[in-house]
Design a protein around this ligand. Structure first.
Ligand code: ATP
Ligand code: MG
Length: 551
């Protein structure tokens, strides 16, 4: 990954400047972390954060931890821990022996809370959540001090210990930092730092019935792990003064520097975990790895490669200003990655039969076709030509306009790697649908024979009707799209089109789950990781070939 990281430096983004300014000659002391909450699967936005945190550590020869921020027992689960680890490893990053859980610091966090109480900097409050909210004030008006704010240190220590022992019900008491109810920053107005929740935790079981709030836990986790640069998204900018307050009051030697950057947003995409979780729970998609989802497991099953995602994250860079990246840019990265890597094969997704009337009925010819015109190292393969073929329905037009360079009656076209054919007759069923094209071929025009007699404008792909393998092909579009008035994202009812009657040349029989191909003209495809079997070929379209993005 060395090359990519060198590019990272060239972007010269503000995060690099801060790090270089802070660490000067000790750049390899950089210590970052990726801190997911295990309450869902990771998505492409998380990939940006992962590439940034692990990428910076790699680049400067420092370290990056994987830390599960599991302080909210209500929504967290081991399944998410497992999937998150799998996704990060798949993306190509390694946390080595640095796998941490916030929950393993609960005892230390408790001690930190006790220290604050002893310093007179935290108090047990009996107000309800509702009352605390009411007294918090607004952006324009100060908050109101809690009547419990001036409890003695002894009383606070006693009550906090009894909170831990389970003497009180959920919501009956909280522990709050004693800072400043008149602060212009609402986060500093005596925030709650511990709450009572009689809920078992996925790691600590029934051991705790009080849990630290995220704003208290997060800076402590960074400090315990001696993180030098705590990189996070913009919504935490206003929380930074509070984090610094905890770090200073608790006298940590290494004070993590928080640096915020704007979240990745993609056009025609809703990214948040809450939304993804709802789609999965309501059964609107085929699990967390549905290929239409922007979860990392979804785009993996869709056929995206880790290289493409890393390049994409690099290309979009980091900034403080929020923006929406065109999904076409992500698609561009996957095409660029695959174009010289995968075999190009012929697949007819919507077939129409072609009978070559002047080709002998039992004759078969073996033609040799290169596997990838962009990469001769991929070699070539054999394809059988015979009398009955399938071509793409859209490659024939009965009344073709002048500019239509594919097949029509009385016009010639080249069959890829084979011969020129001309259509002479169209056969229709009783409803007027075309069911067969009767054509003739010119034996002089074989591909590679040096024939120069005349030229045709178009080349179309085909498969042998006798040899081709029937397959299922899934074509995807985004789950949501912009409404006509461009005001909101609405459900896209055509996000999945299933074609059950596709025919692919027989070389496809050697494919395994997750193998990728280009199907000529139809795009890049992957053998589905869940449902593909040798006797049930299912391919997912990764991306079409046309791009609206210009780098
Ligand atoms: P979501 O908003 O999707 O629920 P989250 O921020 O709650 O995500 P966390 O598990 O808390 O998810 O995030 C782990 C890390 O990933 C955090 O540092 C967070 O800032 C970062 N992150 C989350 N979403 C994005 C995004 N769209 N772009 C960049 N970084 C992100
Ligand atoms: Mg979160």
């Amino acid at each position: 990954m060395e090359n990519e990281n060198n590019n990272l430096a060239q972007t010269g983004n503000f995060i690099h400047s801060y790090i270089q300014e802070d660490l000067k000659d000790n750049l390899n002391k950089i210590h970052t972390r990726f801190p997911p909450e295990p309450n869902g699967y990771l998505h492409i936005g998380h990939a940006k954060s992962i590439c940034l945190n692990f990428g910076l550590a790699d680049y400067y020869g420092g370290k990056c931890n994987l830390r599960f921020d599991d302080t909210n027992p209500a929504k967290e689960d081991d399944e998410f821990v497992r999937s998150i680890k799998e996704d990060i490893a798949w993306l190509g990053f390694d946390w080595e022996d640095r796998l941490y859980f916030a929950s393993s610091y609960f005892e230390k966090m408790y001690e930190c809370a006790v220290t604050l109480i002893k310093k007179g900097k935290a108090f047990v409050c009996d107000l309800t959540g509702e009352e605390i909210r009411e007294k918090r004030g607004s952006l324009n008006s100060p908050g109101e001090e809690s009547p419990y704010r001036n409890r003695s240190i002894e009383e606070n220590l006693d009550l906090f210990e009894r909170m831990r022992k389970g003497e009180f019900k959920d919501g009956e008491k909280t522990l709050r930092a004693k800072i400043d109810m008149a602060s212009p920053n609402i986060n500093m107005r005596d925030p709650v730092i511990y709450r009572i929740a009689h809920i078992p935790h996925h790691k600590t079981g029934d051991k705790w019935c009080i849990y630290p709030m995220y704003d208290f836990a997060h800076p402590l986790e960074d400090a315990f792990e001696e993180i030098t640069h705590s990189i996070c998204t913009m919504e935490f900018e206003d929380h930074r003064p509070l984090y610094n307050w905890f770090i200073n009051e608790l006298d940590f030697k290494i004070k993590p520097r928080q640096i915020e950057f704007a979240k990745l947003n993609l056009s025609n995409t809703i990214m948040g975990k809450r939304y993804l979780r709802q789609l999965v729970e309501e059964g609107k998609v085929d699990g967390w790895d549905d290929p239409r989802l922007v979860t990392l497991s979804g785009i993996r099953r869709r056929g995206y490669t880790p290289e493409a995602i890393r390049n994409f994250c690099q290309m979009v860079g980091v900034s403080k200003a929020s923006s929406i990246v065109d999904t076409a840019q992500l698609e561009y990265c996957i095409r660029e990655d695959l174009k010289a890597k995968v075999n190009v094969v012929m697949a007819v997704l919507d077939p129409i039969k072609v009978v070559i009337t002047n080709y002998p009925e039992d004759k078969e010819e073996t033609l040799v076709i290169e596997n990838n015109p962009e990469n001769e190292n991929l070699g070539s393969r054999e394809v059988t030509f015979c009398r009955e073929l399938y071509i793409e329905r859209e490659d024939f037009l009965e009344d073709a306009p002048k500019k239509f360079f594919r097949l029509s009656v009385g016009k010639e076209v080249r069959l890829k790697g084979a011969y020129f054919i001309m259509c002479n007759e169209v056969i229709k069923d009783e409803n007027g649908n075309i069911i067969e094209l009767r054509c003739t071929y010119d034996p002089e025009t074989k591909s590679g024979s040096g024939f120069t007699g005349r030229k045709v404008k178009g080349t179309i792909h085909w498969v042998s009707a006798k040899h081709a393998v029937k397959s299922t092909v899934n074509l995807y579009d985004s789950l949501v799209k912009m409404s006509e008035d461009e005001k909101e994202l609405i459900e896209n009812e055509n996000s999945l089109v299933i074609l059950n009657n596709a025919y692919i040349e027989p070389s496809i029989l050697s494919a395994n789950k997750m193998d990728r191909f280009q199907f000529i003209r139809n795009g890049y495809f992957v053998a589905d990781s869940k449902h593909f079997e040798k006797d049930n070929l299912i391919f997912n379209r990764i991306v079409s070939l046309k791009s609206s993005f210009k780098p």
